[in-house]
Design a protein around this ligand. Structure first.
Ligand code: C2G
Length: 141
């Protein structure tokens, strides 16, 4: 059984996330997703719209995902690879070459997949973050 591991915040789950998870699962038989805890996100300067439990619940409903675990620190990855007998760690291309993933090559394969263009959690937040006036405008034309 080939075991795949990926990391992320996965806030406001969107098709870019889903396409990453689909392609990650295609690289093996069992996909583990390590989802950033709320505390870890705070450390990344990110505040997710959904809390950890909700983001975990949504990912567990995705057909490609077999297990969801917490990502609490930057330096848990080597231990995760060992604990879960991971064969390949997969990340989106925005992480390509990052030493926090490259260091895993001593323990498993590391694969970067192209990001899905045109969608991101921050873009969704920006576009939905309309003021009341904007919304009124939307409905008067
Ligand atoms: N992603 C993608 N296409 C998008 C948006 C995101 O392929 N349009 C991928 C990212 O490259 C990442 C995964 O989906 O592999 C999750 O994205 P985020 O939730 O933004 O994760 P990130 O904030 O990059 O956290 O330790 C690593 C961090 O936890 C990664």
């Amino acid at each position: 059984m080939k075991r795949v591991l990926t990391y992320g915040t996965y806030d406001l789950l969107h098709y870019g996330h889903i396409r990453l998870l689909k392609r990650a699962k295609e690289l093996g038989d069992y996909l583990i997703v390590a989802v950033s805890s709320d505390e870890f996100n705070a450390g990344k300067g990110k505040k997710a719209y959904h809390n950890y439990e909700t983001r975990k619940e949504m990912l567990e409903a995705v057909r490609y995902v077999d297990l969801v675990i917490p990502e609490s620190t930057w330096d848990q990855k080597i231990q995760d690879v060992k604990d879960y007998h991971v064969d390949v760690v997969v990340m989106g291309g925005d992480w390509e070459g990052d030493p926090r993933f490259e260091c895993l090559r001593d323990y498993c394969d590391v694969v970067y997949l192209d990001r899905t263009p045109g969608v991101s959690t921050s873009q969704i937040k920006e576009e939905l973050n309309l003021g009341n006036d904007d919304i009124d405008d939307l409905f008067t034309h």
